[in-house]
Design a binder for this molecule. Structure first.
Ligand code: NIG
Ligand code: FE
Length: 412
């Protein structure tokens, strides 16, 4: 692996540390002017300001950043990347005022994607997801999380997770697997919820953990999906088998998901659109990362998560896309950054931490990813931008110029 020197960096902006940054610390960004970074064998070996020490760049490939902005590669900590089909047919229903949960209750929504995903082969799912990953990488995402949850039978769930493992072998983006068999109760178990809960806890979770198919286990804790008590039971089973809990909480109705997240020590709670004060307290007390998904609020026409109140309470906030065929058919994390700034009122500095170090924290990788520091992985972006304000302001644009993954320039 050759060495790579990035020189002539007008502004290097990065959070620092090996842990997510909470509360006030989230906006504390290190800014270096006229900077350089050396990556050796895939890891960052030197970071500095001003003159490059003699000999440092010997034998290294050189990237001239042209006086522009450099940041860590982006981490999208919440996606539903693996699915068959799309759901454009739901757009008209939405416009006629049919709600997300009504569509689901009629057997559409997630359940319609379950039918398409079951019908798709592992190859088809891999090819489809790889195309999305290509787009994500072009837009600066060097690592992402991906959930199962559109199979809802043991074999179809494992199929989705195997696709994630195949992508990891073939694609430059690192994809982190989460088991989400508790995404909905499948139609064949409609009259037998207990049967599905037992299948999840006694068969799927133990197999996923034993076969190392996933690192995390997520549950959709929502009205008409899984109650807080059912979510607790599923996540306790996950913990007992060594899977780390995550939870979709307070997306539409506040039924206790955020409180549960703190109580069971989830690594992250997702959405939190209607998170009550008691939920925020629980997240702060339990050290749970709030993984917020502004594209979903926008697409559902919902309100926006109380991000400022979370920061005030000392919670660490991550921002991700939630890319999925129903509630956010966009994998554009830069757009999520724009909306986070405008609607959550996060500063550009807080937003940068949310999509780098705190995103990495939500998938247990803050020790290796999410900042530009000696020893961290050489995942970096050169932006066609002078500063952080500019990337939060240019709504909807892809401002990434060069993507560097483990010290190698990605050629598109
Ligand atoms: O995070 N809320 C549950 N899951 C996804 C939506 C999945 C779908 O509609 O297909 C979400 O919003
Ligand atoms: Fe989601």
């Amino acid at each position: 692996m050759a060495n790579l020197l990035i020189k002539n960096i007008g502004l290097l902006a990065t959070p620092t540390g090996s842990n997510p940054r909470r509360g006030k610390e989230q906006g504390e960004i290190t800014m270096l002017k006229d900077a350089y970074v050396l990556v050796k064998d895939g890891l960052i070996a030197a970071v500095g300001e001003g003159a490059i020490p003699a000999g440092l760049s010997d034998g290294a490939e050189v990237v001239d950043a042209g006086g522009r902005l450099v940041t860590p590669g982006l981490v999208d900590a919440h996606t539903h990347l693996i699915f068959g089909g799309w759901r454009q047919n739901e757009l008209g229903m939405k416009l006629h005022g049919v709600s997300y949960l009504e569509i689901l209750a009629q057997g559409g929504g997630i359940l319609s994607t379950v039918r398409s995903t079951r019908a798709a082969s592992e190859e088809e799912l891999t090819d489809k997801a790889a195309k999305v990953l290509d787009d994500m990488l072009r837009m600066g995402v060097t690592t992402c999380e991906a959930k199962s949850g559109y199979g809802l039978t043991p074999e179809d769930e494992y199929k989705q997770l195997r696709v994630i493992h195949r992508l990891n072998e073939t694609h430059k983006v690192e994809v982190v697997p989460t088991f989400m068999g508790a995404h909905a109760v499948p139609e064949e178990f409609k009259e037998n919820r207990e049967g599905y809960l037992r299948l999840l806890c006694e068969e799927m979770i133990p197999t996923v953990a034993r076969e190392k198919l996933a690192e995390f286990c997520d549950v959709f804790c929502e009205t008409g999906v899984f109650t807080a008590e059912e979510s607790r039971r599923i996540l306790e089973a996950a913990k007992a088998h060594g899977l780390v809990p995550k939870i979709h909480a307070d997306e539409i109705d506040p039924i206790g998901g955020s409180q549960l997240a703190g109580e069971i020590g989830a690594i992250s709670a997702e959405h939190l659109i209607v998170c009550p004060e008691a939920g925020i307290e629980s997240l702060a007390k339990g050290g749970v990362i709030a993984c917020l998904l502004p594209g979903t609020s926008f697409y559902l026409g919902a309100t926006f998560a109380p991000a400022r109140a979370m920061l005030d309470a000392g919670v660490a906030v991550a921002v991700s896309t939630d890319f999925n065929p129903g509630s956010c058919p966009s994998a554009n994390l830069q757009l999520a950054m724009n909306i986070a700034c405008l609607k959550y009122r996060l500063t550009p500095e807080e937003v940068l931490t949310a999509v780098t170090l705190n995103g990495a924290g939500a998938i247990h990788r803050a020790d290796r990813l999410g900042s530009i520091e000696v020893g961290k992985q050489g995942d970096l972006l050169v932006w066609d931008a002078p500063d952080l304000d500019y990337i939060c302001y240019r709504l909807g644009a892809n401002l990434v110029d060069t993507v560097i993954k483990q010290g190698e320039i990605v050629r598109f």
